[in-house]
Design a protein around this ligand. Sequence first.
Ligand SMILES: CCCCCCCCCCCCCCCCCCCCCCCCCCCCCC(=O)SCCNC(=O)CCNC(=O)[C@H](O)C(C)(C)COP(=O)(O)OP(=O)(O)OC[C@H]1O[C@@H](n2cnc3c(N)ncnc32)[C@H](O)[C@@H]1OP(=O)(O)O
Ligand SMILES: NC(=O)C1=CN([C@@H]2O[C@H](COP(=O)(O)OP(=O)(O)OC[C@H]3O[C@@H](n4cnc5c(N)ncnc54)[C@H](OP(=O)(O)O)[C@@H]3O)[C@@H](O)[C@H]2O)C=CC1
Length: 425
Amino acid sequence: MSMIAAFYGGKSILITGATGFLGKVLMEKLFRTSPDLKVIYILVRPKAGQTLQQRVFQILNSKLFEKVKEVCPNVHEKIRAIYADLSQNDFAISKEDMQELLSCTNIIFHCAATVRFDDTLRHAVQLNVTATRQLLLMASQMPKLEAFIHISTAYSNCNLKHIDEVIYPCPVEPKKIIDSLEWLDDAIIEEIAPKLIRDWPNIYTYTKALGEMVVQQESRNLNIAIIRPSIVGATWQEPFPGWVDNINGPNGLIIAAGKGFLRALKATPKAVADLIPVDTVVNLMLAVGWYTAVHRPKSMLVYHCTSGNLNPCNWHKMGVQVLATFEKIPLERAFRRPYANFTSNNFTSQYWNAVSHRAPAIIYDCYLRLTGRKPRMTKVMNQILRTASMLEYFINRSWEWSTYNTEMLMSELSPEDQRVSIAPT
Ligand SMILES: CCCCCCCCCCCCCCCCCCCCCCCCCCCCCC(=O)SCCNC(=O)CCNC(=O)[C@H](O)C(C)(C)COP(=O)(O)OP(=O)(O)OC[C@H]1O[C@@H](n2cnc3c(N)ncnc32)[C@H](O)[C@@H]1OP(=O)(O)O
Ligand SMILES: NC(=O)C1=CN([C@@H]2O[C@H](COP(=O)(O)OP(=O)(O)OC[C@H]3O[C@@H](n4cnc5c(N)ncnc54)[C@H](OP(=O)(O)O)[C@@H]3O)[C@@H](O)[C@H]2O)C=CC1
């Protein structure tokens, strides 16, 4: 057994955001490789008419967890869903549950966040900043806690070009922002938001930067590490290749291209496409959890989980690859044959949007109307173009992330763990 997998044996692990993309893959790997772990506590809220239990049932019965059931048949006994809403005071956790969490937790993986680029400042601060502070406060009351792993994003400092594995200060103290949100009304908050976020491209990256500052300021004597993944994509190898369950990041646009909706994108072909498979991120998370708990570094370490400096790809190569894949394996019921181009020119991009996107959508909707059906293509197209414009900032620039800490950690792993973490079979 690998040293890292053995480390998680017998542990009580608390995961926030376990129902999200990264959280599910983290849980899967933990149960599959450390089936003797004691318990995984997950903080969950009811959603879309589903109770906590129904949500957990759905996750455990999904294709992602098929292998887990073979290795850890009693997985449902080892997962303990705790009612929690991270936007509420004390997360609205009951006294009994809180007591259990405080007295039993050994490791925390804090993944929960709002990842919407256009969220309100109030909600994004509540989730990405205040909730992080609250969780740190809880962590400081956990006598058995060995490590607190905070998941941030490589783009939390995307206002810089070269980013080191350090925490950069934000112009306004997070505490001042948290305090002012208590008395300012929503309209004023939205008015001051652009002034606060300055050269950050959106509320998401800005509040993730504030979240990191809070981690640094409230770290007390805790054993903390921060991981910054870049753009997290589908699984590379584990538990099987190609698993993804959302349309965030590049996923929505890739599907739109495959369906023939999206035929041009305002992107810089030579800009680095820094994607990282979700199973690689999870492997680093587990290694960081182990290293932080066992080696207890003197200062809090930040780890970049990026691909650009090791195995760089650019958007042109990525686009060619995406199109080649759709040639081989076309999507069902496509609107048009996939074909697309990148342009970094504003005028050309507007032209393609009019000619290749909006006009065909209007024509198709006319056809639907004439044949007595409900028009829908213009709505779909507007949605795709809105998403593409939100992502534009990230596909027209390149960043350099240093990876000294991540490389140091890799060199500390046993040969077995290096094999399992870097190139799992
Ligand atoms: C000669 C040869 C030349 C060849 C040249 C080759 C060229 C080839 C060109 C090919 C082109 C195509 C290929 C494409 C390949 C490349 C693609 C590149 C894209 C890369 C993008 C990179 C992005 C990087 C971002 C990095 C940021 C930092 C990373 C992070 O930390 S992660 C977190 C990232 N967060 C997100 O991604 C969230 C972004 N989304 C949003 O903020 C919002 O959704 C929104 C975009 C603002 C849209 O908001 P709306 O309110 O308008 O919509 P809403 O969200 O309500 O959703 C509408 C409907 O969609 C459903 N839906 C939304 N999200 C999801 C979800 N996650 N899962 C499932 N369903 C979802 C929602 O339910 C709504 O549905 P409805 O209710 O039925 O309407
Ligand atoms: N995906 C990516 O490309 C990248 C992600 N990251 C970071 O990784 C982490 C995980 O992201 P990802 O898994 O993609 O995001 P998801 O949106 O898939 O998951 C977010 C998780 O947070 C939970 N959550 C949100 N609001 C609340 C709340 N009020 N109370 C309780 N739980 C809540 C969600 O629960 P629910 O299911 O109930 O909504 C969900 O489990 C985030 O910190 C993100 O910043 C960093 C870089 C890239």
